[in-house]
Design a protein around this ligand. Structure first.
Ligand code: TYM
Length: 330
């Protein structure tokens, strides 16, 4: 059975983009694979976080993992900072990664162009190596992520080649898994930008824990063009194309069949239906979330996940230390 690893950062509440680009696939993959899903809180502190908020969000995301359908009997669910091997391996791999490679990471480049580099943490710069460590600690075969993480997984593959060449076979080279539709859900107000929890205008994103009426309003006021034709055309009609993608992934209906169904109808009808589709999909997730968010069950699941992850991570860290020549020979 192949091994899957992926994670989500608790740097904000989960968006519909996180669900459609990543979490939905975590759930689909857990039946057939040996899965590890992490809440990557060490990644969240690359930018300043309020400590209580961070703690709260970390558990919110764990509860949402379960509410969205992850099953602890099928998948190992845990919090990154509770497994010290992630930070340990990250240092060892940072020493195998070039400054030039990290300088080419588009997420860092975009942020530094916007804000300058002087005030950015060095953790934000080296963060893709921590991500590589997350993946490589568990001999991961497949990494399900949205489009924006592709470059980081490619860097991970390069690090594997370099390390294995230098020190002998140590790491498994992981493959990317990116969904065909939903890999890049766009902002509802500016459909040329990715939907992101860090956007200032909250009308641009839908949170899994948003009030249901607010979700409907956000969809009804989503930006579309003026020709009123429900047609998928990413370049010329990014707004309606984004809404079609959301509709398609949630209902598992193809974009072509949706286009056909809405021939002769306008954006108003389409958005009303989509609002219903999204709300009836999110409501049961919220109900389940409310049941488990403060339960002992959730802590038990995270304890168990931590213990199993620690066992594997410890072994891998020891193996890498040995290959590199750290510590004493025993
Ligand atoms: P993060 O927390 O920003 O996002 C979590 C996952 O959600 C996907 N995603 C989206 N997919 C489609 N449309 C969107 N608008 C959208 N926004 C986010 C992301 O692609 C991601 O799959 N570095 C990672 C977390 C991470 C990780 C890992 C992932 C840390 N270690 C190891 C895989 C393996 C991140 O910041 O994702």
């Amino acid at each position: 059975m192949s091994r899957i690893f992926s994670g989500i950062k608790p740097s904000g509440d989960l968006t519909l983009g996180n669900y459609l680009g990543a979490l939905k696939n975590f759930v689909a993959l857990q039946d057939e694979h040996d899965c590890f899903f992490c809440i990557v809180d060490l990644h969240a502190i690359t930018v300043a976080q309020d400590r209580l908020e961070l703690r709260k969000r970390t558990k919110d995301i764990a509860a949402l993992y379960l509410a969205c359908g992850l099953d602890p009997n099928k998948a190992t669910i845990f919090i990154q900072s509770e497994v010290p091997g992630h930070a340990q391996l990250s240092w060892m791999l940072e020493c195998q990664t070039y400054y030039g490679e990290l300088s080419r990471m588009t997420q860092f480049k975009d942020k530094s162009l916007k804000d300058g580099t002087a005030g950015l943490s060095s953790g934000l710069f080296t963060y893709p190596v921590l991500m590589a460590s997350d993946i490589l600690l568990y001999d991961t075969d497949i990494v399900p992520v949205g489009e924006d993480q592709k470059q980081h997984v490619e860097l991970t593959r390069d690090i594997v080649d370099r390390f294995n060449n230098r020190y002998g076979d140590t790491f498994v080279k992981p493959d990317l898994f990116i969904p065909k539709v939903g890999a890049r859900i766009m902002d509802l107000q500016d459909p040329t930008k990715k939907m992101s929890k860090s956007e200032e205008n909250d009308k641009g994103y839908i949170l899994l824990l948003d009030d249901l009426n607010r979700i409907k309003k956000k969809i009804m006021s989503a930006k579309t063009d003026s020709d009123n034709l429900i047609k998928f055309d990413k370049d010329n009609k990014p707004g309606i194309s984004n809404l079609l993608s959301i509709y398609s992934v949630i209902t598992n209906k193809s974009i072509e069949s949706l286009e056909e169904f809405y021939v002769g109808k306008g954006y108003g009808d389409f958005k009303k239906d989509l609002a219903e589709v999204v709300v009836s999909f999110i409501q049961p997730i919220q109900d389940r979330y409310n049941e488990i968010r403060n339960s002992k069950e959730l802590d038990d699941i995270l304890d168990e996940g931590r213990d199993l992850a620690n066992k594997l991570a410890f072994k891998k860290v020891k193996k890498v230390e040995h290959k590199i020549g750290l510590g004493r020979k025993r």
